[in-house]
Design a protein around this ligand. Structure first.
Ligand code: ATR
Length: 294
């Protein structure tokens, strides 16, 4: 084992957003670094609403005392759309989403990825143990969160995917952009208003900001087939209303913690070329969040 004097200077990463004070990403990536032995230092990068690009560029150019260079960052609300404009290259899934949650500061030009969808798919199929292939899937919302996951959900091969949104125009725009991908994977993809999106889905994913605003779940309980998986991308107190709604309608409720850990693991792989183990990290995070909520 190397002693500290021999240890390589740790490469720096951060989560950029507004706000980021409560972000779980630093503790998740600290665990990934410990589990893989990768020399990674991960912090928070608060950005003013009108200063995302300048703050990230300054971080990329900065030198950290006793640390290595800044190598990349995660991007969270409300800058995921702006993040793609800073990159010289986009992964196909970031290009389709037109939104990025991960930047890598390559010397020949920054690269952007969107790992949210891969994280969601992995949480549903691996942690929740529910098959997406052949499923009837309802995705609620058409903002940054929904656009980041739609492509990977289609690639997982559901039988049918309905995208429901309060503003139906936004749902239609997103569906139009993904029509070719849906056809390629044999998925029936439709846009719908919230009050006429159909019923009896096997999987319902809430990608709206409704619960953050304290609003009720914006679709009828009829959307849930008995025993369906109902997943909210939120976690902690913000997800409680949705989880109660799911239980009241005979569904299995799930919060966004698994997706959070899995999208972080995908970002870690994009930066470091290796995927960290996630099971223990998710279990620890779930225990920590439950402890804070009680
Ligand atoms: P994010 O990047 O988190 O997705 P966003 O781009 O502001 O944030 O999108 C928020 C999503 O939540 C949108 O789909 C929004 O619906 P509209 O497109 O009609 O604005 C949805 N949303 C927010 N509050 C809602 C509410 N009270 N009921 C239903 N949908 C809501």
């Amino acid at each position: 084992m190397k002693d500290r004097a021999d240890a390589p200077a740790r490469d720096r990463y951060a989560v950029a957003g507004h706000p980021v004070e409560h972000s779980r990403s630093p503790s998740i990536h600290a665990r990934f670094a410990a589990l893989t032995g990768e020399p990674v230092d991960y912090g928070r990068l608060p950005c003013p609403l009108d200063g995302f690009a300048a703050t990230v560029r300054a971080f990329a150019a900065s030198t950290g005392a006793g640390l290595g260079p800044a190598r990349g960052c995660n991007v969270t609300v409300p800058f995921k759309f702006e993040a793609v404009t800073l990159a010289a290259g986009l992964t196909p899934r970031a290009a389709l989403a037109q939104a990025a949650n991960t930047l890598r500061f390559d010397a020949e030009g920054w690269q952007a990825d969107n790992t949210d969808g891969a994280g969601l798919v992995r949480d549903i199929t691996v942690h929740a143990g529910v098959a997406l292939q052949g499923a009837r899937l309802l995705l609620v919302g058409a903002g940054g969160a929904a656009s980041g996951v739609l492509g990977p959900l289609l690639e997982a091969g559901p039988q049918r995917l309905v995208l429901a949104n309060r503003s139906p125009d936004k749902a239609r725009t997103l569906v139009d952009r993904h029509a070719a991908l849906a056809a390629q994977h044999g998925v029936a993809l439709h846009a719908a208003p919230l009050d006429a999106c159909g019923d009896g889905f096997d999987i319902v994913v809430n990608a709206t900001a409704a619960s953050l605003a304290g609003a009720a779940v914006p679709v009828s309980g009829r959307v849930l087939h008995p025993g369906a998986l109902a997943l909210d991308m939120m976690y902690g107190p913000a997800a409680q209303g949705f989880l109660h709604w799911a239980a009241a309608h005979g569904a299995h409720g799930r919060d966004g913690l698994g997706m959070l850990v899995e999208q972080a693991a995908e970002s870690f792989r994009f930066w470091r070329g290796m995927r960290p183990p996630t099971d223990a990290v998710l279990a620890e995070l779930r225990a920590a969040v439950a402890g804070e909520s009680t």
